[in-house]
Design a protein around this ligand. Structure first.
Ligand code: PEP
Ligand code: MN
Length: 260
């Protein structure tokens, strides 16, 4: 059995949007398009954790007002990352689900402070790209122990193995998804981010299907469109178009039906 929810109707979660929010026009255009394609939530980063300090770091506080506009326009909840404890209280009112990124899964200070200060706000916790299952469960325990009471979504976004740009960026660990979905003591929804392990838009579709077939409850996926995609300031190569998103959503519903 792939899923604990066998036999029940399952509403999959599809969180979609650009890697970074680059302008109001860019985010609102993409927001409308992903909603039309069937997305259930919007994603977009204002605070970006980049490998190189010279890379675009996100517009930060200056762009947060655009999140509220996009929510008003689409009526979709907003998922966005908070990187720094200093930004928790000022950024949280603009966000419906706080994303804790892969690099911060081990940041116990950030975990504690988000749990304490935003105890009623849902969290999307990404698995560290070199984290064991025990370490992932430890990060969840930090949130719970420091008073977090709302929904926590876990996200598998690829781990570091031998793939380092040659054919993908990270390795999507479908084993962990299958394992957690058959673990009766693990009550959290599991999402898959196919974009960051793929590193290339043409691999995103296959990884999405692999994740859902392994039992995932939904996807968080990077989507952009012309003329923004050609000039994207982060993760340009891995963003898919709204048309591809629509096909992925359709096929994922079918896969879920036959594997549940
Ligand atoms: C992101 O979702 O844009 C992101 C930076 O993800 P991760 O933390 O998985 O690298
Ligand atoms: Mn990204």
């Amino acid at each position: 059995m792939v899923s604990q929810t066998k036999g029940k109707a399952i509403a999959l979660i599809f969180i979609a949007g650009p890697c970074s929010i680059e302008s109001e026009k860019q985010f609102l255009t993409i927001a409308k398009a992903v909603k039309a394609a069937g997305a259930t939530h919007l994603r977009g980063g204002a605070f970006k954790p980049r490998t190189n300090p010279e890379s675009f770091q996100g517009h930060g506080h200056d762009i947060l007002h655009v999140l509220k506009k996009a929510k008003k326009l689409t009526k979709l909840p907003i998922v966005s990352e908070i990187l720094d404890t200093e930004d928790i209280n000022s950024a949280a009112p603009h966000i419906d689900i706080i994303q804790i990124g892969t690099r911060n899964m081990h940041n116990t200070t950030l975990l504690k402070k988000i749990a304490q200060r935003q105890s009623l706000k849902p969290i999307l916790l990404k698995r560290g790209f070199a984290a064991t299952k025990k370490e992932l469960l430890g990060a969840i325990a930090y949130l719970k122990q420091h008073g977090h009471k709302a929904q926590i979504y876990i996200c598998e976004r690829g781990i570091r193995t031998f793939a380092d740009g040659e054919y993908s960026r990270y390795t999507l660990d479908v084993n962990l998804i299958a394992d957690l979905k058959t673990d009766p003591t693990f009550p959290y929804p599991i999402l898959v981010d196919p974009s960051h392990p793929a590193g290339r838009s043409d691999l995103v579709e296959s990884l999405s299907y692999a994740g859902i077939a392994a039992g995932a409850d939904g996807l968080i996926i990077e989507v952009s469109m012309s003329p923004f995609i050609e000039h994207a300031l982060s993760d340009k190569e891995q963003q898919i178009t709204p048309n591809v998103l629509k096909r992925i959503i359709n096929n994922c519903q079918k896969i879920k039906k036959i594997t549940s």
